[in-house]
Write a protein that binds this ligand. Structure first.
Ligand code: NDP
Ligand code: HSE
Length: 436
């Protein structure tokens, strides 16, 4: 049987990784797919730029629409990133009845509802395994492996760049900017790295995970998002003293009132496996009612790991080429006409425990004032740590761990605490998850 012909949009980290994996493992991939998979055309902006892959058998051009419109191309692989021109390219491919594989989480999180509707009308597949957690087959695991479960919650380290930065800062004392520059050199970071460090990339991925876990439409605008830029060595140290690690987590949880969707730095007990996921590695914990907790671990970014997911999608698409579109696995795990309108909870309604750090004047009555305000908001304490930070100036740091409380109550308590004359710096708040 003739090989399936693929057109590649983008020849950067993931584009070249995909060509390399298809070349290196071509025979095994063909034995799995039932046919060979051959990249026949590809586009990049600058054709003079040296590439880390062999392009001798590939027709090259600078206009990605040329690849999409190439009558030879049966499957389009979008590896440009961003939403423009990626959205137009993917919709054009679908319009021509071509299947699409993409690693683009921004595109799926922001335009997935439109793209999947168009794909369904045309009877084509849009596969996006590489869009979440790099090489970890987490989409397939939730969409297919856990399809007998009611998913209760999931929590994941889903940005490799951010985890790499936090790990290098903690273990080697390196500076934030220096580690970020290395992540960019290694090809981990987004074209705009603020997406990584401000939590936007993780929010894109959480949007996708929540949709396939709970059968809800993609709702990126409802995700509460905080990045890693305000995490300090001081907080990492105090968290360790209390038996916790600080990780940047995406959390999606089903509650009676609605779905929690949030991305933020989080204290996790040191003994949890996920607290020990370091460097560019990602991990996603998924709790189903039947299976209980399950954990998926692997490289969250980088050329070959991401290509592993892109190629797996290609194999799936090739296997399904002759299947009836009605009988394919639905894009978002649930049948398109069976999505639920269960609401996403406003952040003020979300309940978590908290780590608070307060810089205060070291004098009698300060702690009593603080605990009174917390009590007024029904916040009870689990642990208190006091450290004198400046003996001459009589200043101290108070670190508090609270039990679970509504975010809205905590915000009220913090603004009241901030009004105290004895509190001399902005209160630091980091959420805490036991992940039991
Ligand atoms: P790169 O920046 O390395 O590559 C992007 C490619 O697209 C380049 O070849 C570039 O051309 C081309 N390109 C960029 N802008 C345009 C444009 N406006 N029109 C046409 N071509 C364009 O990105 P990555 O390979 O890192 O990422 C690709 C996708 O994969 C993104 O969606 C990213 O989020 C996702 N992803 C990346 C991972 C990673 O580890 N890097 C992991 C998982 C997902 P030129 O080379 O000439 O500049
Ligand atoms: N920039 C992303 C990350 C790439 O670091 O996780 C993988 O999606």
């Amino acid at each position: 049987m003739k090989p399936v012909k693929v057109g590649l949009l983008g020849l950067g980290t993931v584009g070249c990784g995909t060509i390399n994996v298809l070349t290196r493992n071509g025979d095994e991939i063909a034995r799995r797919a039932g046919r060979g998979i051959q990249v026949v055309a590809a586009s990049a902006r600058d054709l003079k730029r040296p590439r880390n892959c062999d392009l001798s058998a590939v027709r090259l051009c600078t206009d990605p629409f040329e690849v999409v419109n190439d009558p030879d191309v049966e499957i389009v692989v979008e590896l440009i990133g961003g939403t423009k021109p990626a959205r137009e390219l993917v919709l054009a491919a679908i319009g021509q009845g071509k299947h699409v594989v993409t690693a683009n989480k921004a595109l799926i999180a922001l335009h997935g509802n439109e793209i999947f509707t168009a794909a369904q009308e045309k009877g084509v597949t849009v596969a996006f395994e590489a869009a979440v957690a790099g090489g970890i087959p987490i989409i397939k695991a939730i969409r297919e492996g856990l399809s007998g479960n009611r998913i209760l919650w999931l929590a994941g380290i889903i940005n490799g760049t951010g985890n790499f930065i936090l790990t290098e800062m903690r273990d080697k004392g390196r500076e934030f900017a220096d580690v970020l520059a290395e992540a960019q050199r290694l090809g981990y970071a987004e074209a705009d790295p603020t997406f990584d460090v401000e939590g936007i990339d993780a929010a894109h991925k959480l949007t996708i995970l929540a949709s396939i876990a709970f059968g809800i439409p993609l709702q990126f605008d409802k995700v509460y998002t905080e990045g890693i830029t305000r995490i300090t060595r001081e907080d990492v140290g105090y968290a360790a003293e209390l038996g916790y690690r600080i990780k940047h987590l995406g959390v999606a949880r089903r509650t009676e009132q609605g779905i929690e969707l949030r991305v933020h730095p989080t204290l996790i007990p040191q003994r949890r496996l996920i607290a020990n996921v370091d460097g560019v590695m990602n991990a996603v914990l998924v709790k189903g009612d039947a299976v209980g907790p399950t954990l998926y671990y692997g490289a969250g970014a980088g050329a070959d790991p991401t290509a592993s997911a892109v190629v797996a999608d290609l194999v799936d698409v090739v296997r399904a080429l002759t299947s009836d579109p009605e009988n394919r696995v639905p894009h978002l795990a649930f049948q398109a006409d069976a999505l639920s309108d269960i609401p996403v909870l406003p952040m003020d309604e979300v309940q978590t425990a908290f780590y608070l750090r307060l810089r205060v004047q070291d004098k009698p009555g300060v702690l009593a004032d603080i605990t009174r305000i917390l009590g007024d908001q029904h916040i009870s304490l689990e642990a208190v740590l006091q450290r004198e930070t400046d003996e001459d100036a009589a200043e101290a740091s108070i670190i508090l761990l609270t039990h679970k409380v509504r975010e809205g109550n905590m915000s009220k308590a913090i603004s009241a605490i901030q009004q105290l004359e004895t509190v001399i710096a902005p209160v630091i708040r980091i959420r805490l998850e036991s992940l039991k």
